[in-house]
Design a binder for this molecule. Structure first.
Ligand code: HEC
Length: 113
């Protein structure tokens, strides 16, 4: 029992210390349901959000770069961290099937800054 409480305490402290609007489970209303399912499935939403900077840049900032769909798909598989100074490097996301990656890339190009 004591061990359990000791485990819970740092966890609670972690939540209490989390900065307000940055950390939220609130859904991003601008992501179409089909795309959101894919972003959750492949873990992209853990680091990216439409209008909030998380570990990675906001989807709308990536969209504002004016990349083509093809270029986005290529960058997901082979990131170029030099494009995002101040961010850690994204690991190559190689598990996303082409069809799904095309859908995600096709949505990102519709976003503007
Ligand atoms: C562990 C965190 C993390 C995950 C998971 C993640 N990303 Fe990223 N992403 C980043 C970071 C950090 C950057 C900026 C640095 C870079 O490009 O290497 C980035 C950059 C990008 C870019 C911009 C590339 C460029 O060069 O402009 C795209 C597009 C992107 N991510 C798409 C995705 C997609 C799609 C997924 C899911 C399959 C995903 N990311 C998963 C952290 C992540």
């Amino acid at each position: 029992m004591k061990k359990f409480i000791l485990f819970l305490f740092p966890l609670a402290a972690l939540f209490a210390a989390a900065p307000g609007p940055e950390v939220t489970t609130e859904k991003d209303p601008t992501i179409p349901a089909e795309i959101e399912t894919l972003l959750n499935k492949y873990g992209c939403n853990a680091c990216h959000s439409v209008k909030r900077k998380l570990v990675g840049p906001m989807w709308q900032d990536i969209g504002a770069k004016g990349y083509s769909k093809k270029r986005i798909a290529a960058l997901v598989k082979k990131p170029e961290p030099a494009n995002w100074p101040g961010y850690p490097a994204m690991q190559p996301q190689t598990t996303v099937p082409k069809g799904d990656l095309d859908k995600i890339a096709g949505w990102i190009v519709t976003l503007k800054g």
